[in-house]
Design a protein around this ligand. Structure first.
Ligand code: CU
Length: 154
């Protein structure tokens, strides 16, 4: 009995090891007033690190993020790392440069009905002018998804 318990706990230990080894850290670099890459596809549990942030920050856009995902608001001028556990489309901005459309979009996992979510985000933009800089981003993101074979049509 004792041996079985040891074996089981060893198995659980190994499975946590392999889980953490699978998580990837993705780098997004601030270049001028753009994030590069502007769009990334990651898996739940992966982390994203924003670098080269001397005049920038990362703020999530609540109405263009999965409803249960924790708010992001990083410190101006500092690199920032966040783990993404919630599947869905996460839109974020650099608040000081939002007028210059400095923002990006992270697709986490393989959510259902991507098109519906994107349409919903476009509706949010129509209802709130402060979201207007996201419109061009979202259009480019759609093209990106088609290129990545994650969306099949316009
Ligand atoms: Cu910025």
């Amino acid at each position: 009995m004792k041996n079985i318990l040891i074996f089981l706990s060893l198995l659980m230990f190994i499975s946590t090891l392999s889980f953490s080894a699978d998580a990837i850290d993705h780098e997004i670099k601030a270049v001028g007033t753009k994030f590069s890459p502007a769009f990334i596809i990651i898996q739940p549990g992966d982390t994203v690190t924003w670098t080269n942030m001397p005049a920038h920050l990362v703020e999530s856009i609540d109405r263009m993020s999965p409803s249960n995902s924790p708010k992001i608001f990083s410190t101006l001028g500092e690199d920032f790392t966040r783990t993404f556990d919630i599947t869905g489309i996460h839109v974020y901005k650099c608040t000081p440069h939002w007028g210059l459309r400095m923002g990006g979009i992270i697709l986490v996992g393989d959510p259902q009905a991507l098109n519906n979510t994107i349409d919903q985000y476009f509706k949010e933009i129509n209802h709130d002018k402060s979201l207007l800089p996201a419109k061009g981003l979202l259009k480019k993101f759609k093209k990106f998804l088609i290129k990545q074979s994650r969306l099949t049509h316009e």
